[in-house]
Design a protein around this ligand. Structure first.
Ligand SMILES: [Zn+2]
Length: 332
């Protein structure tokens, strides 16, 4: 999905929402943020988990989650029994979506207007927190003119719409208004895990750490490294055997998040960059240690194209991770 398609869709939606200004995506994000700010203030919300619950209530939906095929069948049967026939489509909807929001057609007076069903079967469970926000995004930008129906058939429209909802979900799942005051101090995995458990235990580690490092008040870097080939080597992979692949793979960055402050200190790390053999991260991986901390020089990091990074003292915290190693880098 290219951004121009999203902008085209956003322009139409923003116009329906009474847009002013010439950036429709920013207008829509502001439109959602005004509602979320009001919810947070009204309920004195202090954690991201509570923000999710309070926002769901405010936009008139409640979540149902299903973790197995059996649970999905039971949920569908339960709603069909009470006359909610559109739920029969859910198994089909979930073939290519993570969540579906339906307006109840036989709503009881005490019930909210919608139900958002979140598919948590298998690997979809890792995305549940984000999926919930995606469903709320649809309701946050619901227009009176919009026909509230999530089973769209026009593929192009659906892709742009869904990409826009993902942008809203990404902004508010880890909304700075709540998260920012809790970020800071020693950059360690313990610190980050404590913030995550207090605020958004449902969120995936990877999505949380991206948001937290991006907003960290001082220079901060998160990296995940695993044995990988060079890009050129990957292109030749078809010619090689698995044995050759494992024998030439080097510990390289698979995931990197460098915040603006760290970027300005010269932490110009990028995906697929090789982890220095003298770094504690390399040692943790090769000696299968649980973790450790070391003071190192940023200039250990180098690439054939760009040479070594600048000389600067950094603190590196590492821990072993599934198929690799994770690291946090702070300065001073
Ligand atoms: Zn959607």
């Amino acid at each position: 999905m290219v951004r121009s398609d999203v902008t085209w869709y956003a322009r139409r939606l923003a116009a329906d929402l009474g847009a002013v200004g010439d950036d429709p995506i920013e207008f829509i994000l502001d439109h959602a943020e005004r509602q979320i700010r009001a919810v947070a203030k009204k309920h004195c919300v202090s954690t991201l988990a509570d923000l999710l619950t309070a926002t769901a209530q405010a936009v008139g939906t409640r979540f149902e989650t299903v973790s197995t095929d059996e649970e999905l069948d039971q949920l569908v049967a339960r709603y069909i029994d009470r006359g909610e026939t559109p739920f029969a489509q859910l198994p089909k909807d979930f073939r290519d979506s993570f969540g579906v929001t339906l307006r109840l057609i036989q709503r009881r007076p005490w019930e909210l207007e919608h139900v958002s069903v979140i598919d948590c079967r298998g690997s979809k469970a890792y995305r549940a927190f984000f999926t919930k926000w995606h469903e709320l995004a649809h309701l946050l930008v619901l227009t009176q003119q919009a026909q509230f129906k999530f089973r769209r058939t026009h593929a192009e429209k659906q892709a742009a719409d869904e990409a826009l909802m993902d942008m809203i979900a990404a902004r508010f799942g880890y909304w700075s208004g709540i998260l920012q005051p809790h970020l800071g101090g020693n950059l360690t995995f313990e610190t980050l895990s404590a913030i995550k458990s207090a605020h958004c235990p449902e969120g995936s580690w990877q999505s949380f750490v991206h948001a937290a490092i991006d907003r960290w008040p001082t220079a901060a870097v998160y990296i995940k490294a695993e044995p990988r080939l060079k890009r050129a080597e990957e292109r030749q992979l078809n010619q090689t055997t698995l044995w050759t692949r494992t024998s030439t793979a080097k510990l390289r960055l698979a995931d990197v998040i460098v915040n603006d402050a760290a970027r300005s200190r010269g932490a110009d790390l990028f995906p697929n960059m090789r982890v220095p053999q003298t770094s504690i991260l390399h040692r943790i991986h090769t000696s299968r240690e649980d973790g450790g901390t070391a003071t190192e020089c940023l200039s250990l990091w180098e690439s054939s194209a760009r040479g070594a990074l600048r000389q600067c003292e950094i603190v590196v915290v590492g821990r072993s991770a599934y198929e690799g190693v994770e690291g946090l880098i702070s300065f001073d």
